[in-house]
Design a protein around this ligand. Structure first.
Ligand code: HEM
Length: 239
C-alpha cells in the first residue's frame, strides 16, 4: 500500500509518455526533412512526393484531407509532448537561480544540454504551431511552386530558418538524452553517442539550409507568377 502522500505511478508513466512522444516526433522530423528535401532532386520529384501523401497513387486522385488528418495527429502529439515537457520547466525565479548556480558549479555537459532543450523547446512552442496550422488548413497548397511561393512571396523563410535550427538541436539532444536515460549508456559509449548526435545534427541542419535555399531560389524565380500551381512536365500540353 503506497503512503498517502506518495505521488503513485503517474509521474513515471508520464515520463515514459514524454519519452515515447519525443522519440516519435524526433524520428518523424528526420523523415520530414528528407521528404521536404526532395526538391533538390527537381520539382517533379517533389510533386510526386506530395501526391503520394495525398493518396494519389493509391486512390487515383488527390485527397488533401488525408494530409490535414495526418498533420492534426502530429499537432496533437506535439501538444502532448510540450505539455509533458512544461511540467519540468523551472517555473519560479527561485528555481531559475538554483538551476543557474547548479549548472555553473557542476560544469557538466549533460546539464547544459538540458538547458538547450528548455530554450529550443520554448522557442518551438511559438513557431511550430504557425507552420502546422498552415499545413493543416491548406494541404492542397503543398507542392514545388506552392511551397516555394509560401517560403519566398509568403515570407515564411525567416520562420523556417529559426525553426530548422531549433528543431534539429532539440531532436538531436532529445534522442541523445533518451539513450542515456533508458539505455543507461555510460563511459566511452556515451562519448561516442555524443559524437553521433552532433553528426546527425550537423547533417540535418546542412540539408535543411540547402533545401531552404532551393525553395528560396525557386520562389524568387516564380514570384512574378506567385499563386500559380506547379504542373509536372509530362502533363504540360505542347502548344
Ligand atoms: C505532418 C506535419 C508536417 C507537414 C505536412 C509539413 C510539411 C512541410 C512542407 C511541405 C515544407 C516545405 C515548405 C512549405 O511548403 O511551406 C516544410 C518545411 C519545414 N517544416 Fe514542416 N511539416 C510538418 C511538420 C513540421 C514540424 C512538426 C516541424 C517542426 C517542429 C516542421 C518544421 C519545418 C521546417 C523547419 C521547414 C523548413 C525546412 C527547410 O527547408 O529547411 N514541420 N514542412
Amino acid at each position: 500500500m503506497p503512503a498517502p502522500d506518495s505521488p503513485g505511478p503517474w509521474p513515471a508513466r508520464l515520463d515514459v509518455l514524454q519519452s515515447a512522444t519525443g522519440l516519435f516526433l524526433a524520428l518523424f522530423m528526420w523523415l520530414h526533412m528528407l521528404f521536404v528535401a526532395s526538391i533538390l532532386l527537381g520539382a517533379d520529384a517533389m510533386w510526386r512526393v506530395t501526391r503520394f501523401f495525398e493518396g494519389y497513387y493509391l486512390f487515383g486522385r488527390s485527397l488533401p484531407w488525408l494530409v490535414s488528418s495526418f498533420v492534426a495527429g502530429i499537432f496533437m502529439l506535439f501538444v502532448v509532448h510540450a505539455w509533458l515537457g512544461l511540467r519540468k520547466f523551472p517555473g519560479h525565479w527561485r528555481q531559475h537561480a538554483v538551476f543557474w548556480r547548479h549548472m555553473r558549479d557542476m560544469r557538466h555537459g549533460d546539464t547544459t544540454l538540458w538547458l538547450v532543450q528548455v530554450i529550443t523547446g520554448f522557442g518551438m512552442l511559438f513557431l511550430a504551431p504557425v507552420h502546422l496550422y498552415i499545413m493543416m488548413a491548406h494541404p492542397d497548397l503543398i507542392g514545388p511552386y506552392e511551397s516555394a511561393d509560401r517560403v519566398w512571396s509568403g515570407r515564411m523563410w525567416p520562420l523556417y530558418l529559426l525553426l530548422l535550427l531549433l528543431v534539429e538541436l532539440h531532436a538531436g539532444v532529445g534522442l541523445y538524452r533518451l539513450a542515456v536515460k533508458w539505455l543507461a549508456v555510460g563511459g566511452t559509449a556515451r562519448r561516442r553517442l555524443m559524437g553521433l548526435k552532433w553528426g546527425f545534427t550537423v547533417f540535418f541542419v546542412a540539408l535543411g539550409l540547402v533545401t531552404l535555399g532551393a525553395y528560396v531560389r525557386l520562389g524568387i524565380e516564380h514570384a512574378p507568377h506567385a499563386g500559380e500551381p506547379y504542373v509536372p512536365t509530362w502533363q504540360r500540353s505542347v502548344s
